[in-house]
Design a protein around this ligand. Structure first.
Ligand code: ADP
Ligand code: ZN
Length: 521
């Protein structure tokens, strides 16, 4: 028998043999009276990190949770293993509230779950003052952050806990927090002294791959046919229309695909989801509406035909692959048009300016991941603060190192072309100018007489698209949506334009291949 009370509790109460990942360290910190911030993905085992200390320590563990349904589930799971737990939220009648308050005062509870809005309540504060509190656990701590996606004003009240009970250790937990969200959590909850634990984000069995679009539907079909014949998979698209079209097309090609999006009739949607869960070898083509609570272990691939809005979204959606731990693929085709579409959706949305700026930053981080020339997993984990010392060996950039080329001259030509034509035109027109393809419209504008007319013949159209995409992704060029998607120079492009900065660009795989093929002919 162990003399470690935390381990004893893990075994005798929860029936598990050993701690997972960093659970033990986290628990020790709390029992030692110190604050901690825990970042662990969903399913990582966060609950035990506060449940066990609450059982080991004197007094009751107070758990602040915003989700009523989860609160109820947790409490009934705890009752099943004989833990004295209860919750206080708006679903209870006054009589029930009184009973729980009484238990609390008598020291008859190990864990109390409570909704954040109740904390400002004088009644709650008086109650807390009358009982012995072991710890505070703040679940879904990212809700305190405006930068995050789930802000709840009630969470701002949580700083009072620390002011009123400075000696009680706190644990804040979340599954999603990039660097800025983390900083905000620390600042708003006064967790400057807390030890931060980030772990468990890696999904080593998922192979990440992001390729450049070149007839994406066909690329998807080739990918499925060669690597996943007969496998279960999810294909994500941005729009309902594209979901329908892609599902139809895959069916025409002899695959079994079902659509899923919020615009479908409820019954139909439920039916497709049910079929996907029950049967194997089906492909579900879906908008992001699909996936909440989907836990099918043998999804062998997740494919994106459109760029996700953020790295968090990408991580979450790709994370639905390979839950069984067996090899799985996260495959994405992405191109310039994706960037244009998403930026446009953002700029025309009704959100306020501050919010739009946040969303733009998130999109930029996603773009950086797409344009990566080093290990994608390292970057992905790094986004959540999880460290991977070396390249993973299981992503496209590790398996097939990306070739780069000195794109400085091409970039200068592209940037001058934008400038000389008055920053009023989109990519297709600009490429025509660079390639010297004049039409009546171009002649009318006199752009066939411009110095940049025909100077770009060293590259072909696809290569120019790749250059423009990377200029946009690197924010050397921005898109003006009031000007119908015309490209404009940004301040950041000046050093490149003046030839003071070398610009290394990705050689896109398809393009490199066509070049080789041409050379071989
Ligand atoms: P999270 O809150 O991080 O999403 P949970 O706390 O719900 O995750 O844990 C996910 C699952 O893992 C639960 O079924 C839990 O019982 C199980 N689990 C957690 N820690 C351990 C452990 N040390 N050994 C075995 N199972 C564990
Ligand atoms: Zn890698």
């Amino acid at each position: 028998m162990s003399n470690n009370p935390a381990l004893q509790t893990l075994r005798s109460v929860f029936g598990y043999d050993s701690f997972r990942g960093q659970q033990q360290h986290i628990i020790e910190q709390l029992i030692g009276g110190r604050d901690v911030l825990v970042l662990m993905p969903t399913g990582g085992g966060k609950s035990l990190c506060y449940q066990i200390p609450a059982l080991v320590m004197d007094g009751v563990g107070i758990v602040i949770s915003p989700l009523i349904a989860l609160m109820q589930d947790q409490v009934s799971a705890l009752h099943q293993v004989g833990v004295r737990a209860a919750y206080l939220n708006s679903t209870l009648a006054l009589e029930q509230v009184r009973e729980i308050e009484q238990q609390l005062q008598n020291g008859e509870l190990d864990l109390l779950y409570i909704a954040p809005e109740r904390l400002s309540n004088a009644r709650t504060q008086a109650l807390f003052a009358r009982c012995k509190i072991a710890l505070f656990a703040i679940d879904e701590a990212h809700c305190v952050s405006q930068w995050g996606h789930d802000f709840r004003a009630d969470y701002l009240l949580l700083s009072v806990l620390h002011e009123q009970f400075p000696q009680v250790p706190r644990i804040a937990l979340t599954a999603t927090a990039d660097e800025r969200t983390r900083q905000e959590i620390i600042a708003r909850l006064a967790l400057e002294q807390a030890q931060v634990f980030v772990s468990g984000f890696d999904r080593p069995n998922i192979r990440y791959r992001i390729i450049q679009k070149d007839n994406a539907r066909q690329q998807l079909l080739n990918f499925i046919r060669t690597e996943h014949p007969g496998d279960t998979g999810i294909v994500y698209c941005l729009s309902r229309k594209k979901v329908e079209e892609t599902a139809d097309w895959l069916n025409q090609k002899g695959l079994k695909a079902l659509p899923y999006h919020a615009g479908m009739e409820h019954r139909e949607r439920q039916k497709n989801q049910h079929q996907f869960l029950m049967e194997d070898g089906l492909i579900i083509v879906a908008t992001i509406a699909f996936g909440m609570g989907i836990d099918k272990p043998n999804v062998r691939f997740v494919a994106h035909l459109d760029l996700p809005k953020s790295v968090e979204a990408y991580y979450q959606e790709t994370g639905r692959a390979g839950r069984d731990g067996l090899p799985a693929n996260a495959w994405m085709a992405y191109g310039l048009q994706d960037v244009l579409t998403l930026r446009q959706m953002l700029s025309t949305s009704n959100a306020d300016e501050a919010h739009k700026r946040i969303e733009l930053h998130k999109l930029d981080a996603m773009l950086a991941l797409c344009e990566m020339v080093s290990c994608r997993r390292q970057a992905l984990l790094g986004y959540f603060g999880d460290v991977l010392e070396q390249g993973c060996g299981n992503c496209d950039t590790c398996l097939e190192p990306v070739e780069t080329w000195d794109g400085s001259v091409a970039a200068q030509q592209a940037l001058s072309c934008i400038y000389r034509t008055g920053q009023r035109f989109g990519v297709t027109y600009l490429i025509d100018v660079l390639l010297g393809k004049a039409d009546d419209r171009m002649r009318q504008f006199g752009h066939d007489k411009q110095s940049t007319f025909g100077i770009g013949k060293a590259l072909d159209e696809k290569q120019w698209r790749s250059v423009f995409r990377q200029l946009v992704a690197k924010s050397l060029v921005e898109i003006d949506f009031e000007g119908h998607g015309s490209l404009k120079l940004t301040d950041a492009c000046r050093p490149v334009l003046r030839g003071e900065q070398t610009l290394m660009l990705r050689k896109d795989a398809q393009i490199a291949k066509t070049r080789r093929e041409k050379a071989e002919k």
